[in-house]
Design a protein around this ligand. Structure first.
Ligand SMILES: Cc1ncc(C[n+]2csc(CCOP(=O)(O)OP(=O)(O)O)c2C)c(N)n1
Ligand SMILES: [Mg+2]
Length: 342
């Protein structure tokens, strides 16, 4: 599915990644994070079916390695902007499972006091600016954040997640152009999961290597596989280093796949036969599990203990959300433009 090497141009040569090391401790942390994100979303799916969660709800199941690997390459003071499939991205940034679940339930203990909901999770404390439901509309926000960092002389980067569908939007192209023109520290991270709602990549885009969107503005770019957290980490380390070192923006594309439909109301009948199984065979949790055992000698029992611990944490988040008080509708406008005391 991944296109062949995009370019032989020296400026565009692929980075050398094999030397980027990681420790057992890091990989264990990523494994836990991916498991937690998945389990929280499985619980959310259950709650949705029971009508405990209402409205839109887009799950990230299958794509966890992308957010976890990307986050591992960032610093807490960097900026992150996301679209509407962002529960996992918020958790990878450090927002708690409780705060995410309570937000999904529309409870006052949620990360945005239950007023934002599934598509609008944000946390200033974590420099996590979005959740946005307007496809592609959030991409320029990262350019603004990166401009602020550069203007203030800070060495922060702004990372923006966007889908293959979002890469067709005008706002996206404008953002790329300005970031490149002003050499801003932005990492544009395309999560190419092969579908924009029910429309397959081939039906919506002439080019299927979305990183090539950078060619039109001369931006450093490459594509990589997003199924293994170590692969993602290495590629994102190179991308973030490029942006942080003052060489300007970079656009990278993680090839990934969502196991569920676009949203909870989508049975995903448009998939090709066998496609889902083909991608499940590359599952990011399974591959981290294998790496932990084969590279670091972690025992199957130790990993099973982690699984149980994480399941308990997700259950705790569910119970916490269920027993929390509902969002206070009278405060609907309090948090829209300016911070208001809690
Ligand atoms: C401006 C705009 N146009 C259309 C929509 C309807 N819409 C919601 S999600 C979506 C598909 C986006 O796909 P992609 O960017 O690949 O993200 P994914 O859902 O795969 O994560 C569309 C067209 C929207 N929300 N905003
Ligand atoms: Mg998509």
């Amino acid at each position: 599915m991944v296109d062949s090497n995009p370019s032989t141009d020296a400026k565009m040569a692929l980075p050398q990644l094999d030397d980027i090391a990681y420790t057992e401790e890091q990989l264990l942390h990523w494994y836990r994070q991916m498991r937690l994100i998945r389990r929280v979303e499985e619980q959310a799916a259950k709650a949705y079916m029971q009508k405990k969660i209402l409205g839109f709800c887009h799950l990230y199941i299958g794509m966890e390695a992308v957010a976890v690997g990307a986050e591992a390459a960032l610093r807490p003071d960097d900026y992150v902007v996301a679209a509407y499939r962002e529960h996992g991205q918020a958790m990878a940034r450090g927002v708690s499972a409780r705060a995410v679940m309570a937000e999904l339930f529309g409870k006052s203990t949620g990360v945005n006091k239950g007023i934002g909901g599934s598509m609008h999770m944000g946390s200033a404390e974590h420099n996590f600016f979005g959740g946005y439901g307007i496809v592609g509309g959030h991409v320029p926000l990262a350019v603004g954040a990166a401009f602020a960092a550069k203007y203030r002389g800070e060495d922060k980067v702004a990372l923006v997640y966007f889908g293959d569908g979002a890469a067709q939007q005008g706002a996206f192209y404008e953002a790329l152009e300005l970031a490149q023109l002003w050499s801003l520290p932005v990492v544009f991270l395309c999560e190419n999961n092969f579908y924009a709602m029910g429309t397959s990549l081939e039906r919506q885009s002439y080019l299927t290597d979305m990183s090539r969107r950078g060619d039109g503005v001369g931006m450093r770019r490459w594509q990589f596989r997003g199924f293994d957290v170590v692969d993602v980490y290495r590629n994102m380390m190179a991308a973030v280093e490029h942006a942080r070192s003052g060489q300007g923006p970079v656009i990278v594309e993680a090839v990934t796949y969502r196991y569920r439909g676009h949203s909870m109301s989508d049975p995903a009948k448009y998939r090709k036969e066998g496609e889902l199984d083909e991608f499940k065979a590359k599952d990011c949790i399974d591959s981290a599990h294998e790496r932990l055992m084969s590279e670091f000698g972690v025992s199957a029992e130790a990993l099973e203990a982690i699984r149980k611990e994480i399941n308990a944490e997700a259950k705790d988040a569910y119970d916490f959300a269920e027993s929390s008080p509902a969002a206070d509708a009278s405060r609907l406008y309090d948090f829209t433009y300016v911070p208001t005391e809690a």
